[in-house]
Ligand binder design. Structure first.
Ligand code: TDO
Length: 187
């Protein structure tokens, strides 16, 4: 497993060692000891999520507030997505900054997004299935959505010109970073 640092210190890209042979391939998609050694996070993964989305769908950007904060280990098992983490940790030197990475069924990369980040992804392929392990259970009452196109965060989504991504109603009505800060929604 190759561990690649991103521009935000605690967000890591896991590049697994894939063993291919005449039968197909094999790789360790999760190794608890290795994960704990490189992230320093010993919290339990308690929930696995799996979603399938059409091309041009954008899910996010979602965050669960404390005490229900979630860390997420994200991978794409069919198709390809552009996966994004936005640092919303109070007091963080990189508060408001984002990192993005293409996760594909082919490259088998996984993005580790610690607690305190908003997460979202944009579907690049005809459809995409995304699986992620979560530290912390789903707690909708603690959920916060940050606008995907917020000017203050300014994510360079790989969305073709003149294309409008397909969003849920919740995500279409999400707040911008300034409103989130003004309303003291980050705890
Ligand atoms: C996230 C989630 C949703 N649900 C339900 C609620 C709802 O009826 C339906 C769809 O939920 P959503 O529209 O929130 O699904 P979605 O937009 O895919 O939400 C997900 O987006 C990505 C980017 C994340 O990071 C995740 O943590 C999660 O917030 O599934 C659960 O039962 N458990 C869960 O953990």
């Amino acid at each position: 497993m190759n561990i690649i640092k991103t521009d935000i210190a605690d967000v890591l890209l896991f590049e697994p060692k894939v063993f291919s042979d005449d039968r197909g391939f094999f790789f360790e998609s999760f190794n608890r000891k290795l994960f704990e050694d490189v992230t320093g996070v010993t919290g339990e993964f308690v929930q696995d999520n799996h979603s399938k989305s059409k091309k041009n769908v954008l899910r996010g950007l979602h965050l669960q507030q404390e005490p229900f904060a979630q860390g997420k280990l994200v991978r794409c098992v069919q198709g390809s997505v552009f996966d994004v983490a936005v640092d919303l940790r109070p007091g963080s030197a990189s508060f408001g900054q984002w990192v993005g990475s293409e996760l594909t069924a082919e490259n088998k990369h996984q993005l580790w997004i610690p607690k305190g980040f908003a997460h979202g992804f944009y579907v690049l392929s005809d459809s995409a299935e995304v699986i992620y392990k979560c530290v912390g259970y789903y707690a909708p009452q603690s959920e916060l959505s940050l606008r995907w196109d917020d000017k203050d965060v300014d994510i360079a989504w790989p969305i073709p010109a003149a294309q409008v991504p397909l969003l849920s109603a919740k995500d279409a009505n999400a707040l911008g970073l300034k409103d989130i800060i003004k309303n003291q929604l980050i705890k």
